[in-house]
Design a protein around this ligand. Structure first.
Ligand SMILES: N[C@@H](CCC(=O)N[C@@H](CS)C(=O)NCC(=O)O)C(=O)O
Length: 203
């Protein structure tokens, strides 16, 4: 079993943090997406969508999509629970995970992909106006998150979950996307400072 990834990219980082939190050791194989290795026939055979990460299983078809890979390991090793516990906890964690993915990580990624010169070839067509349109969307979600974090330690409740992982990766990816984190969002800053020092954050 191994994961094929490009360690510089944000989605593979979500899976690495998740596995580090679980204490699961797995082999990683690096490919260079800036050299378009994921567009070659070999990788396309593993994931026709040509995206990393991909989990290669020993005796079954590959699994791609970061959250699907996390789900696989959550089922194999439920503790510590990172995708919620009980009907309500699982639903609440999924709700926040999806919000972080669709309303924070996605706009940050779109800002990066459509404005950064390094993405000119990968993002075709690169539409600067679309990049600019996504910046305020990310900031709106951060403000909302700041209000939510006034009431609880972590995004989905009292426990650290995959929603925190997606949000941490998104906030860190704001740096290359050149989106400044507003310093007046004090609850967000408290949360960010706390989860950034978890050993998994450097996985
Ligand atoms: N929905 C996928 C997204 C994966 C994804 O977009 N990966 C990026 C790196 S973070 C990638 O492979 N980009 C290559 C490209 O856009 O051609 C997931 O959650 O894993």
């Amino acid at each position: 079993m191994k994961i094929i990834e490009d360690a510089r990219a944000p989605n593979p980082r979500r899976v690495r943090i998740f596995l580090a939190e679980k204490g699961i050791d797995i082999a990683y194989e690096q490919i260079d997406i800036t050299e378009f290795q994921h567009k070659g026939a070999d990788f396309t055979g593993l994931n026709p969508l040509q995206r990393v990460p991909v989990l290669l299983l020993d005796d079954a078809d590959p699994i791609s999509e970061s959250m699907a890979i996390c789900r696989y390991f959550e089922e194999l090793q439920p503790e510590p629970a990172l995708m919620g516990t009980g009907a309500e906890g699982k639903a609440r964690t999924e709700m926040w995970q999806r919000r972080m993915e669709l309303n924070l990580l996605a706009p940050v990624a779109q800002t990066f992909r459509h404005l950064h010169p390094a993405m000119k070839e990968m993002e075709q067509p690169q539409v600067a106006q679309w990049g600019e349109a996504n910046r305020p969307r990310a900031l709106t979600m951060l403000s909302l998150l700041n209000e939510e974090l006034a009431t609880r330690p972590f995004i989905a409740g009292n426990e650290y979950t995959v929603a925190d992982i997606t949000a941490l990766v998104a906030v860190d990816f704001m740096k290359p996307a050149k989106i400044e984190r507003p310093v007046n969002l004090t609850n967000l800053t408290r949360w960010y400072d706390e989860i950034s020092v978890r050993p998994s954050a450097s996985a």
